[in-house]
Design a protein around this ligand. Sequence first.
Ligand code: ADP
Length: 613
Amino acid sequence: MKTKKEFAFFVKGLREIRQISPGYMLYYAFAVFFQTIRPYVNLFLSARIINGIIRGESFQRLLTLALITVAANFLIEVIVYAFNHKLSLERDKFVKRYHMRMSMKMTHMSYAALEDPETHRLKQKVRETRNLTGGILDLPGQLQKLIGSLLDIIFSVSMTVTLFFTPGVGSTSFLRLLTSPWFSVIVCGFILFNVFLGMVSKTALTRKTQAVFTDGADFNRVYEYYIGNYLLDYKNGKDIRIYDQESVIQSEYSGLLEQVKKLIGRIYRSQLFLSTITTVTGVVLNFIIYLYIGLKALFGAFAAGNIVQYIGSITRFSSGMAGFAAQLVTLRENTFALQTYFQFMELPEEEKTGSLTEHTDLSKINSIEFENVSFAYPGTSQNVLRSINLKVEGGQKIAIVGANGSGKTTLIKLLCRLYSPAEGTIRINGTDIQAYDTETYSKLLTVTFQDFKLFSFRLGQNIAGETEYDSDKAAKALELVGFDERLAELKDGLETFLNRDFDAQGVELSGGEAQKVALARALYKNTPLVILDEPTSALDPIAEYEIYSRFNQIAQNRTVIFISHRLSSCRFCDKIAVFDNGEILQYGSHQELVKDRDGKYYELWNAQAQYYT
Ligand code: ADP
């Protein structure tokens, strides 16, 4: 990436941090200032005390200096502690808000983006790059270190400059040489060379470490997915045991672990090599610098106490420069993670829908109409729905049947506005559904998808979709779907937790029981339109029969559209739409359709009937 582009992402990252937690960076700035200044205050004051002792200054003055040193340290310590404490609280808040922001993005992005496999790859990449170089989460810390190093450079330079400009006492030729500008330049050159070596070795090591982590990405992926999540999730326990998945995961993991050990070995070898070089050169160069400082002090250029100040400052200058260079590399490498993060965060949001609001009466459905509706999934060219024309009267019960992949669920997704038709119009009560505003539309319908999800919260909360709920209404809904006996068995009734994620006493529902709860949830919302995708697929034949025999009581005067593979259940419906390959082949009542002996419905009906008769 070009430096300019990298810088743009860095700035964008800082803006994002300000959005997530305003003021967060400010705590970092204060903390780093006081943390960095502390050693210089000590160096400066120690030099004054030593000089005072050498010059034989009064005890009172020395005592005052000592007290100032103690007080300054205490004060800085208190300030640093307070800022660090506040910072750790703020960091906690920041991390939580960051994760919330990612989750909210998943909730608010358009459904097309949500279903797109690219989105999941991108989300995974955000996590991987963040683990690798820190991403948004580590950006404040990285910037803090950069500023810390910069302050180190500024403070140390300002405390070292006098070293080169204070002349010694006397005028021997050696002293003249020692205090000549050229000699100062040479010594500065030595210092800078030493610093340069430190910078090179630190940046090389940072790069190497990052490269090793990049090569180890496979290991992290397997570790995070299988060891960190899969093996820990009790719901996977059955498959893990029966298919001995653990040994497969373990052997895959051990293989990768060996590779990682080799990669880490690479870092250690580089570290050993680089630190040997910098230590040897550092010792030689430090010897020259110390000699220079010592000789100048000997010739009376400054008091011996300043030796402490100069040596301390020069050492910090070296580490400051090395830190600064390494931090620049770290920040630079992190920009890729920032770019990935922004790519994810900028995925298209839910499309803006119309603005017809509450005033539009959607409490009753008069008609639902599909007119010439065609649709292809984004990124694909094949129409999975082709010129669908269908009219449903308010209060009717409609079944949609057809082979897998014939487009039934896609039709429902369009009706729920998860996708928009590529061609044609869907109307409810004569108005294009895209014209209704989101909230008004959400009060119109409930859907139970085949892959419905129940939360590991209380049963009543699951049914109401709210923390506070109407117990009578929830119990009534459960009774309608035949869950009343099971409810009576539950010690805590509607307050029982589903699953055991949050409560050891939680109840594990069977597939059929969960389906009944999902069905009750659809009834609780009491919307004029209920859409059910295979609502009884997990029920035993008796429970299924019970539900359908009470179908009219359950559905009441609502309009119901349901997808089913069991044609026996469609007999309860007013009309049946037979789907095939994205088209409606037949539309009519069971009696009408079963009479057409050449029709698809007759074929499907007979194919299933032989198992039931
Ligand atoms: P049905 O509900 O009748 O089994 P669907 O409506 O789920 O069928 O699917 C119709 C066709 O659309 C199938 O060929 C399926 O593979 C395809 N399809 C479903 N969802 C997606 C998607 N998110 N992206 C691309 N193709 C899809």
